[in-house]
Design a binder for this molecule. Sequence first.
Ligand code: ATP
Length: 446
Amino acid sequence: MRDMSLMEKIVSLAKRRGFIFPGSEIYGGLAGIYDYGPLGVELRHNIKQHFWNAFITDRDDVYGMSASILMPERVWEASGHTELFTDPLVECKTCHERVRADQPEAIAAHEESHPEKPEWSNPSVFNLLVETRLGASEKSATKVYLRGEITQGVHVNFKNVVDSMHPKIPFGIGQIGKAFRNEITPRDFIFRLREFEQMELQYYIRPDEEEGKRQFAFWKEFAFSWYQSLGFDKTRLRLRAHAPDERAHYAKDAWDIEYETPFGWKEAWGIHHRGDWDLRRHSEYSGHDLSYFDESTGERFIPWDIECSGGVDRAVLFVLLEAYREDELGGETRTYLALSPRIAPIKAMVSPLLKNKPDLVARAREVRDALRKAHPAIAWDDNGNIGKRYRRQDEIGTPFCITIDFDTLGETPELKDTVTLRHRDTGEQERLTVAEAAERIKGAIQ
Ligand code: ATP
């Protein structure tokens, strides 16, 4: 088990440095709801973009789409969620707080808050779907659900994508978007939220056992290696097969990618063999034929679906936990985030050595503008002394700091037009031309 104080340090850094804030904080907040600040939104965006590139843009066999959050009740009846998307719940007979019966840590945490061990009710079943009503009058308002998973938005558009794009099977449809679950015990910062974001691929294949095994093995490895590429140490990530009694109602096979957090090994991502469950049920419930006609064989069938489904917010949390470092540099302790440059919110910070020298400032601005052509996420900082600026950037995970000094202006003729480039993890500096610095940044984020 890793050090629990790490979690507290991440929560504090995330708030202090503009990554993540408690939702609607000035009104007392809402349990399981968080807002992303200026740096958090960039980090989250970069993770999503990395997913989108690897799973969708870089592939010829996958299409992207974006479905709506609100969906009619019938969708969730078809998918099985109104009946089966439940967690067991127990209620404390002393204070009437409810917690998940299958989470011993939540029960233990609650019991600690009472001087004497409280009595619990018998477990009951609690549905996680969040419902609302659409329509102006009480009478005509229709019950709708905020989607409990983004998956169903893809399945209900299966026919639209097939009819418009004419894909050859096997093919996939990927999506990123918000999902909502009335989690009984939201906890562990942004690990278990009530409003969160998912990034997913539904990959449709011929209904064939061998093909199913082959594709499942492929996507399991693909997702695992993609997750590692977010910058994880391999010893803290693992693949784990679900036991048959752990699987969701639709799953023929299911594996999780898990990360070793300070609160144990936790699910980051799921790879599920959903068989034909979703398309078959939506065919039945909607009355629309969601089969696929394979022109190469002349066969018509309902495809099977191999799903890769990951939480964006969990990726943000795990990336922050993984990147957090404390060390000593130049005789001082420092905190830094060893984020992969690919997902770091800011790629480089440019600053003039001294703020009150107009020539230095003007040249530094030119350098910043030139570097922005290599990548837009180049920041400017001329506050405080240079050491403080470096520490600020270290703490938010900026991989490079570039300083314009008097040598850049030609004080040492052979160094004219060169800058210093400082590396976050080692604090080492090198002297480079602006073009070379741009290449360094480009190379690191590829
Ligand atoms: P868990 O067992 O942790 O409740 P799950 O198995 O219900 O998760 P899935 O339905 O497979 O999760 O959802 C796919 C992914 O969505 C998960 O791997 C996780 O990263 C993310 N996710 C699910 N529920 C939440 C939540 N309440 N808060 C944040 N992310 C979530």
